[in-house]
Design a protein around this ligand. Structure first.
Ligand code: KG4
Ligand code: ZN
Length: 348
């Protein structure tokens, strides 16, 4: 079975073609990143994002089909990101997917972006066992989930304020290091001292289990010793600051993941989303779970950041699991906010 995946929730337009069934593989993934367009603003500008998705989505799909040596008539299922994300970009992906599904009589399945980040780990690790805990760390989300199975998801903790990737991006922007900040900090911290600056784990005054990252941002940009105006990417003190900052953030993520594991006793732990590409995060988690009875799965680097293979992968799973949904119903609508509100919420 050939599945066409479409992802347009933020600043990447992605189209993938996968094969599932007897053979399971990603045939092609075409991603058009908008990073150069947003870089000068230091963040994603929604209208610019919408216009660019609109300009490239058709041509990207044509090129994915060509790359795969297929035509639209070979496609058995279209899977797309329904939300959460930026509404304009989502509606462009949705309208495009509806049009080709309707014109070619292909079933259309819609999936949740955050759940598809979790699913990304299954592409290269089909053996992952439930129940599992997953930590989704990206530019828009920092959430710990517990899943009894793929279709029963409970939120254990979520960020109260900024997402972890958002804080990395904002701190890099403050020091004029470029955009997006995550990959830039991931290069700059090397050789810096992780002990020079003290960062404390956030404490919730109401005793909540949620994450908070805004204090990290404030602490990073308000260090008395650092004069942001005169600093360059090579300044040793900046390297020390970034090393200390990243070290504490990754320790905090690890601490929270271990808390979730203690609480729910899963078989597996998945870490996914853009920030899970981070070198220090991967080292710390790999080290911590080397001898653990809980098996750690880090998404493959190419499936950490936004991509359409994970969308197609989850779409297929949903289509097989729920055959009675009407996949020809074109009244589907996009949603911009996460389906869950609070920690403790359950959703599908
Ligand atoms: O998953 P993603 O592509 O988009 C969202 O759904 O948000 O994640 C993007 C985020 C950005 O904040 C970016 O700075 C961060 O992932 N990121 C990284 C690295 N690569 C991307 N953060 C830390 N280290 C990296 N190597
Ligand atoms: Zn994402």
């Amino acid at each position: 079975m050939y599945i066409l995946g479409i992802e347009s929730s933020c600043d990447e337009t992605a189209v993938a073609i996968i094969e599932r069934g007897e053979h399971s593989r990603v045939i092609t993934e075409q991603i058009k990143s908008q990073i150069p367009l947003h870089a000068k603003y230091g963040g994603v500008v929604p209208e610019i994002a919408s216009r660019n998705h609109y300009e490239v989505i058709d041509q990207l799909t044509t090129s994915a089909l060509k790359q795969a040596g297929l035509t639209i008539h070979h496609i058995d299922l279209i899977s797309l990101t329904q939300g959460p994300g930026l509404l304009g970009p989502l509606i462009i992906g949705l309208s495009f997917a509806k049009a080709i599904a309707y014109a070619n009589k292909i079933p259309l399945v819609a999936v949740d972006h955050i759940l598809s980040h979790i699913e990304a780990a299954f592409i290269d690790n089909p053996e992952i066992e439930y129940p599992l805990v997953s930590l989704v760390v990206s530019g828009g989300h920092t959430t710990l989930f517990y899943q009894e199975d793929k279709w029963n998801t409970q939120v254990l903790a979520k960020t109260r304020d900024d997402a972890v990737g958002e804080v990395l991006d904002k701190v890099a922007k403050f020091f004029n290091l470029g955009y997006p900040g995550g990959p830039i900090l991931d290069k700059l911290y090397k050789g810096g001292s992780p002990d020079r600056f003290k960062f404390r784990f956030p404490k919730m005054s109401d005793g909540s289990d949620d994450f908070s990252f805004s204090g990290y941002k404030t602490a990073a940009i308000r260090q008395q010793e650092i004069d942001a105006a005169s600093i360059t990417p090579d300044s040793p003190i900046l390297k020390d600051l970034i090393a200390s900052f990243l070290n504490s953030i990754m320790d905090y993520l690890l601490f929270k993941a271990q808390w979730a594991i203690e609480k729910t006793k899963p078989r597996s732990l998945i870490v996914s989303g853009g920030v899970s590409r981070n070198t220090l995060l991967r080292e710390k988690f790999t080290g911590a779970f080397r001898d653990s009875s809980v098996r750690l799965y880090l998404s493959s680097p190419q499936f950490c950041t936004d991509n359409a293979s994970m969308v197609a992968w989850l779409g297929y799973e949903k289509y097989i699991k729920y055959p009675n949904i009407n996949y020809f119903d074109l009244r589907l609508n996009a949603y911009s906010r996460a389906l869950f509100k609070n920690s403790g919420s359950k959703f599908r």
